[in-house]
Design a protein around this ligand. Structure first.
Ligand SMILES: [Zn+2]
Length: 179
């Protein structure tokens, strides 16, 4: 409502051959023509345009249009730009938050167990099908996103070129994890 005070309107006058008039919008008592908020109204309201010279015109409600305010428009554009910037920054932050599951990661053991479990269901297809399924399950469980490319790069650097090779390495890696 505050914003309405600064918004300018254009509307056709009720009298004077529907001439256009401009100013702020208000409601006035139908009979007394006092401003609507100043006393209880029993008579109904008329829509008025309050003019800069202190006078007001009763207008045809159907004819009311907002006059675009250049300052408000600029503010709106600035706001949209800022919003876009924020969204890009948030998306980038999310991107950075992707987990790379190396043996230093607290969920490394969990990922290995998940791959092992999938392997026992469908065996190794000499690719990383079980790895991808395990990643998806871990993501659902933990609520984060795994950087599959970098995690696989890591696992391959340890000799894990397929799911069962990952598991063979995992034995080695797990042995190095304290517990
Ligand atoms: Zn294999």
């Amino acid at each position: 409502m505050e914003q309405l005070k600064n918004t300018r309107f254009r509307a056709k006058r009720w009298d004077r051959n529907y001439e256009f008039t401009e100013g702020r919008l208000s409601l006035r008592d139908y009979k007394t023509l006092e401003p609507a908020s100043s006393f209880p109204n029993h008579n109904g309201y008329v829509v008025c345009i309050e003019k800069d010279d202190g006078f007001f015109d009763i207008v045809v409600p159907d004819s009311i249009e907002i006059i675009p305010n250049p300052i408000q428009q600029t503010l709106q554009e600035e706001f949209e730009k800022e919003k876009l910037k924020r969204e890009v920054a948030e998306a980038e932050a999310k991107e950075e938050k992707r987990e790379i599951i190396t043996k230093e990661h607290e969920d490394f053991k969990m990922l290995m167990c998940a791959i092992d479990k999938e392997l026992s269901v469908r065996g190794c297809d000499h690719k990383h099908s079980n790895f991808y399924i395990a990643c998806k399950k871990l993501e659902e469980f933990r609520g984060y996103t795994i950087d599959r490319v970098k995690t696989l790069q890591y696992l391959e650097s340890k000799g894990g070129y397929c799911d069962c090779e990952i598991m063979m390495n995992a034995q080695f890696c797990l042995a190095m994890i304290k517990k």
